[in-house]
Design a protein around this ligand. Sequence first.
Ligand code: XLS
Ligand code: NI
Ligand code: NI
Length: 439
Amino acid sequence: MAAFPDIPKIRYEGPDSKNPLAFRFYNEDEIVEGKTMKEQLRFSVAYWHTMRGTGSDPFGAPTMLRPWEGAQDTVDNAIRRVRVFFEFCEKLGAPFFCFHDRDIAPEGSTLAETNRNLDAVVKVVKEEMQRTGVRLLWGTANLFSHPRYVHGAATSCNADVFAYAAAQVKKALEITKELDGAGYVFWGGREGYTTLWNTDMKRELDHLARFLHMAVEYAKEIGFKGQFYIEPKPKEPTKHQYDFDAAACINFLRTYGLAPYFKLNIETNHATLAGHNVEHELEYAGMQGFLGSVDANTGDLLLGWDTDQFPTDIYLTTKIMLVFLKYGGLAPGGVNFDAKVRRESFEPIDLFYAHIGGMDTFAKGLKIAAQIRADGELDRLLKERYSSWDTGIGAEIEAGKHDFKSLEKYMLEKGEAAPNRSGRQELIENIVNRYILPR
Ligand code: XLS
Ligand code: NI
Ligand code: NI
């Protein structure tokens, strides 16, 4: 039985459409910068929010109406949910999905039983992937919900918990490979701490590095070729998450010899929690070759936590797509909606409205970014701003022809530096608005 019988396949109807169950900008076959929108954006639905989000918060009970859910979370129930999920992705036209191991199958009373549950559900996931053509963007393991992970997983003070986590990631890598995943994500979960009085930070980070090396080695052993990602986040659930931001992650990866094996999965709201914006994080990763994938969502300026709202801000998506186009596109990463409907939006149809809005906002952002790049006006202004480096003393410094002594001589002769030129921020903002608000 269909879970969304009244919802048609979502189609592109163009900017004038007022149909809330249609795309106004996401036209999957339309070519932008040489690729279809489908290839450029690689949209992915997050299993955890879409299928497992209950709407509960610290003050209240679940609110989501999900008529396909049984009273008990049995394997049968989990399998029924998988079928609903793929019906959703198919109707939406999302080419990818992402999941944690514990999202798709219930935990048993031993690791062996849990793995059996997982195998039973993965079989159906595979069937549904074949039926619908929906592919796996990345898999991951939930190493934070179960009470055993109270002190972290790879950074736990309890060596047995490290071992359990290793066994869990081993299995998660196997199923990600089985489902032909394009990637595998490590988000830090509870890898961090609250107080240094009880924390040996150096030892914990050494353990985390050892853990990730084991993952790299095991991936090689089983022939998993997907891209590994670290997903930075500065806080929540712990006060000091080790993977604070792109800079901290890249430093960690280089320090421990992991840099060749990892890229970053940048999440919008994690960037803002770190006191950055997402384009800073993407650019910082991109310029050093660590740009991987994006967890697309947005926070709320007035709320200082990971609210995981769907992105509807055209400036935000334009900025994100400008960085990705600059660095050659998203593949093998994608735009994964790590986003959930609000607690008050509890009907199944709200899941469609939310994803349609996010996809349309990204599609429009992609088109605007491509137009900005094609016209080249912003690039020209940027180039002009640094033109003192293209000839004369600037070019000589860049070419390594100077030292402090020669530069002192140059300035003693010249007496004073050439005058500065205006940064033109307001002009540039007005130019960007010409693209965002053409009429
Ligand atoms: C939590 C993270 C999480 C990862 C996957 O804040 O965003 O959802 O994306 O473990
Ligand atoms: Ni995320
Ligand atoms: Ni998050």
